[in-house]
Design a protein around this ligand. Structure first.
Ligand SMILES: Cc1cc2ncn([C@H]3O[C@H](COP(=O)(O)O)[C@@H](O)[C@H]3O)c2cc1C
Ligand SMILES: O=C(O)c1cccnc1
Length: 357
């Protein structure tokens, strides 16, 4: 696709609605199951939502992929993170040899990890990293816009393309992840603008920052928003001025998943900020997006609330990479197993309890 505003608008225009009739039919099927009505709670909603997305009353999750957008952030020069681009490189390379946390958790949850170099500072030659580099890290948003509008659109469109390419290869259920030192600073800046909340409310310690570091991080975000003046009504402007290539790329993944009719799961804080940006850009992508866990970053819950989503898992995690999202895969498979295997009332002769239906 062309990496332009018009091409993006066309993809958004083509997002289909989930099939409402199939969703209604799945709820009717649930009501016949030999268990108290509605007693599988949100697991019942998951199956209905998946059925509506896939267009079948017998949904299954199929091949699962974790798309990890890896990019560096110029703002790290301000001392807002505990480490630097070397860690982005190392952890992303580790994803290709099963040494990163997300690789371990993805393996046990039956998913394949796809690290995408959308803007790492270093050029890496690790086989297994998808090279879609737009630039070598962003500029320092404390001094200038993190990236141009063209680069931001390129990152969003790259996310859309990655989903399309993986769907071509048979992947039909996605989790989102990211790797990029400094990306809790950019995510907090974007969250501050999109939620219209002061930086001190939405900013946390990221991968483990001292109290002094946290004050510097908040000051840096405040000044960057003041100086760059991102327009909250123009999401591409916000992502470009105070965001990052990873956040923009993930926003594209959410839009792409909706366009290509596949479910996609949010991970932690960075991923949920990207989901919020995607939904603000394209409200019709919302039904294709599922929450997983609630990040322990201060704005983790706030961003999900702005999306109207309640996380399934509260585990106090703040790791990123897609680790929380892959954990939730198990929940989706559990919901489908229950739907497919629980017998109906009439099969197990529970007519005596007619009132349960
Ligand atoms: C060894 C290591 C592995 C990680 N895996 C994910 N992150 C997480 O921490 C980073 C964001 O935090 P901050 O904004 O404070 O840099 C991201 O790369 C995120 O994925 C990691 C961070 C570290 C240090
Ligand atoms: O919640 C997250 O995604 C997160 C929080 C801190 C550091 N890295 C990721």
């Amino acid at each position: 696709m062309e990496y332009t505003q018009n091409a993006l608008a066309e993809v958004i225009r083509q997002i289909p609605s989930p099939d409402k009739e199939i969703m209604d039919e799945i709820y009717r099927q649930w009501d016949k199951k030999a268990k108290p009505l509605g007693s599988l709670g949100r697991l019942e909603d998951i199956v209905a939502a998946l059925g509506g997305i896939y267009g079948t009353v017998h949904p299954s999750t199929g091949k699962k992929g974790v798309i990890v957008m890896a990019a560096d952030n110029g703002v790290v020069a301000e001392g807002v993170a505990q480490s630097d681009y070397h860690v982005t490189t190392q952890v992303t390379c580790n994803m290709t040899c099963q040494d990163a946390t997300v690789s371990i958790l993805a393996h046990m949850n039956g998913a394949q990890v796809f690290p995408v170099d959308i803007g790492m500072y270093e050029d890496v030659t690790c086989p297994g990293i998808i090279d879609r580099k737009i630039r070598h890290g962003t500029a320092n948003m404390a001094k200038e816009p993190a990236m141009t509008r063209e680069e931001t659109l390129a990152a969003i469109c790259t996310g859309i393309e990655i989903v399309a390419e993986l769907k071509e290869k048979g992947f039909c259920f996605f989790a989102t992840g990211e790797m990029g030192i400094g990306n809790t600073t950019t995510s907090s800046a974007v969250a501050s603008v999109l939620l219209d909340c002061p930086p001190e409310t939405v900013t946390g310690r990221g991968a483990g920052l001292s109290s002094e570091g946290l004050s510097k991080k908040i000051r840096t975000i405040k000044n960057a928003i003041h100086d760059r003046k991102p327009d909250p009504k123009d999401i591409v402007d916000v992502l470009g001025k105070v965001g990052g290539l990873d956040i923009a790329g993930l926003a594209g993944c959410f839009i792409g998943a909706a366009r290509w009719r596949v479910p996609i799961v949010i991970d932690g804080f960075i991923s949920s900020v990207a989901a919020l940006a995607a939904v603000r850009l394209a409200p019709t992508c919302r039904p294709y997006i599922f929450p997983s866990h609630c990040s322990a970053e201060p704005a983790g819950k706030m961003v999900l609330e702005a999306l109207g989503m309640e996380p399934y898992i509260y585990a106090g995690m703040y790791l990123g990479e897609g680790t929380g999202a892959v954990m939730a895969f198990h929940l989706f498979d559990t919901a489908l197993e229950a739907y497919n295997k629980i017998p109906e009332f009439e099969d197990v002769h529970i007519e005596a309890y007619e009132h349960l239906k």
